[in-house]
Design a protein around this ligand. Structure first.
Ligand code: PBG
Length: 327
């Protein structure tokens, strides 16, 4: 006797049935792995708030990149840790800056690896802000000139994608013009279009020694309470010539990812940030959660929310899980 209700369980009745109706699947090709590279010869050090994440010297990069290639990871994003910082972040746009040198090296070891260069000044300024400081505030238009120089020097070093994370107004426009004038018309911009002033970046600032020395980033990064503002940011960057739009952080911002997805035809990228990583690692170290299942569920949820790509410190772990599952 048939009942008068829907039988949703029909499509969940076996593992194969669930496999054939699954709507979103995570692939290793979806992942971008962040790497911290430091100047000097010191051997790699683990970031205390990010177990499994290291600051590498250049001479240790080859082994790491080789491992990534073996895992099938096709893209990395580089963050630089210079020995010396100054008020104008000159290490960010020096021809032999740490990101430029690391880019050259990676492209030599694995030419097909997609190297994304994070374009920001905060790791290179002595005050830790993402631009030039004037009268205790970050000067937008002067910062743009330095960010343009940074992007061009990263492209010169061989970066495949420029990813400006500084949240100055007009950064996509100025960087696009700079790249085009310098002949890099084919280098895409992956804009940190929607970047909130988030407490979830805490561990990253340990990893990159980039905490602001005074004040905070709230005059340039977004207020976590705002949703429409995210769409205005995304729209400006698309209009100015962005090729990808990043939403950051990701877990508390799935609504924003979906909003941006619905309003653009560009690929949307989630940044699964340091604090999101640290929370999972801490709970897992205590034996409170099943790390593998939690990580796969989180990243699959980002795909469901609408992203094409995920920047994540879990990339190696996920590539390993996916490899084992296929066996
Ligand atoms: C640089 C930058 C930050 C992150 C990526 N690029 C830090 C910040 O804005 O303070 C954070 C990434 C993370 O938390 O994993 N501006």
């Amino acid at each position: 006797m048939s009942q008068n209700f829907d039988r949703h369980r029909r499509l969940r009745s076996s593992a194969f049935m669930r496999d054939i109706v699954r709507e979103n699947v995570l692939h290793t090709d979806d992942l971008i792995y962040p790497i911290f590279v430091k100047e000097g010869q010191e051997s790699k050090t683990e970031v205390s708030s990010m177990p499994g994440v290291f600051q590498f010297s250049l001479h240790e990069l080859e082994a790491e990149v080789t491992e990534l290639t073996e895992l099938g990871i096709k893209a990395i994003i580089l963050f630089g840790l210079p020995d010396d910082k100054d008020a104008v972040g000159s290490g960010a746009y020096h021809q032999h800056g740490i990101v430029q040198e690391a880019t050259r090296l990676v492209k030599k070891i694995v030419p097909e690896m997609i190297v994304v260069a994070d374009t920001c000044l905060c790791e290179f300024t002595d005050h830790g802000h993402c631009g030039v400081v004037k009268n205790e505030t970050v000067d937008n238009d002067e910062s743009l000139q330095l960010l343009k120089k940074t992007a061009i020097s990263q492209a010169e070093a061989g970066a495949d994608i420029i990813a400006p994370s500084n949240m100055m107004d007009g950064f996509v426009k100025i960087i696009r013009e700079g790249l085009d004038e310098a002949g890099y018309i084919d280098i895409p911009i992956m804009s940190y279009a929607v970047k909130y002033a988030s407490a979830f970046y805490g561990p990253f600032r340990d990893a990159a020694n980039s905490a602001p020395q005074f004040g905070d980033r709230k005059t340039y990064q977004m207020d976590p309470a705002n949703r429409l503002e995210a769409l205005r940011e995304a729209k400006s960057d698309e209009r100015e010539g962005a090729d990808f739009l990043i939403v950051k952080p990701s877990l508390s911002y799935m609504d924003i990812i979906r909003d941006v997805r619905n309003q653009t035809n560009l690929p949307v990228v989630a940044y699964n940030v340091s604090g999101e990583y640290a929370m999972v690692k801490a709970a897992s170290a205590n034996g409170w959660i099943d790390e593998e299942r939690i990580v796969l569920e989180m990243l699959t949820s980002m795909k469901r929310a609408g992203v094409s790509l995920i920047i994540t410190y879990f990339a190696k772990d996920v590539a390993t899980y996916l490899k084992e599952m296929r066996r």
